[in-house]
Write a protein that binds this ligand. Sequence first.
Ligand SMILES: Nc1ncnc2c1ncn2[C@@H]1O[C@H](COP(=O)(O)OP(=O)(O)O)[C@@H](O)[C@H]1O
Ligand SMILES: [Mg+2]
Length: 295
Amino acid sequence: MPRNLWKMYIGLTKLDMTVLRTIERGMTRYEYVPLEYIERRLRGTPRKIISSIDKLNQMKLIRRRLGSTVGYTLTYWGLDILSLNNLVQRGVIKVLGDRIGVGKEGNIYIAEDASGGLVIVKFHREGRRSFQKIKRYRGMVANLPRKSWFQITRLLGEREFKILVALREHDALVPEPIAWNRNSVVQEYIPGIELFKVRELSRNEAEKILNMIIETLRIAYKKVGIVHGDLSEYNVLISEDLVPYIIDWPQYVYKEEEMADELLRRDVTYILSFFKRKYGVERDPEKTLSYIRGE
Ligand SMILES: Nc1ncnc2c1ncn2[C@@H]1O[C@H](COP(=O)(O)OP(=O)(O)O)[C@@H](O)[C@H]1O
Ligand SMILES: [Mg+2]
């Protein structure tokens, strides 16, 4: 059953938000934050606190562990809510709209910004499922000994935001980053469709689109020093004026990293074989790789 994040959010009271934040704070010390810790840090009557906790538990924004000491942990939904609250309080977004994608790594929503424009909010989820992928976050993880998946997730919004900033500074074709908080990143909404869904393109149009994709990969490599690492026809959005925007960057690796060469080769092979298969556009992979590396 899809859950409506905005509906959940507007149903929360100030106390509910405070309880959520308190549990989040406690999670730097505890896997399951003891009830006693929560009560100690909150004013308000214990009865009100308990009923708020029950409500949050029922909404699956927190999870209860019973045992000798009762404890609570945030769920991903709880983390999304805290992140959403921050974006709303800062005036970054006014309303969260429909979920437009349930990605491999998180949920993507359309939202309205303060001036009524459309933006995208991506809430990252880094679960065990992504174990393979997480190895590529090595650089980041290395600085965080013994950090949980949960804490790593919290850093992904910032990671995606900052790399989009760097890419945009060098005129790469990527969505404009707008804000981040915890596991979320807000970015420009690109009206368009994923490359794999694009039906008719002339040979000439396909050539141009591929050239622009290769140019963005070159900027990423030469100017920013990174490799995307998950490039495919699913992570390219084609705008109405046929400009390809490469999205979904959080798993990038620096070109000095051990896996970078292999990943760049894979990215290039994927995208070239797609253009060959679907549009009959042929490019030499080795020459393309050399071009991207600036050799
Ligand atoms: N900036 C954007 N503008 C429009 N749609 C987007 C944007 N970012 C993501 N999407 C949509 O959400 C989907 C998933 O986003 P993506 O960043 O690739 O996350 P995932 O890691 O879940 O694959 C995309 O395929 C696209 O349909
Ligand atoms: Mg994707």
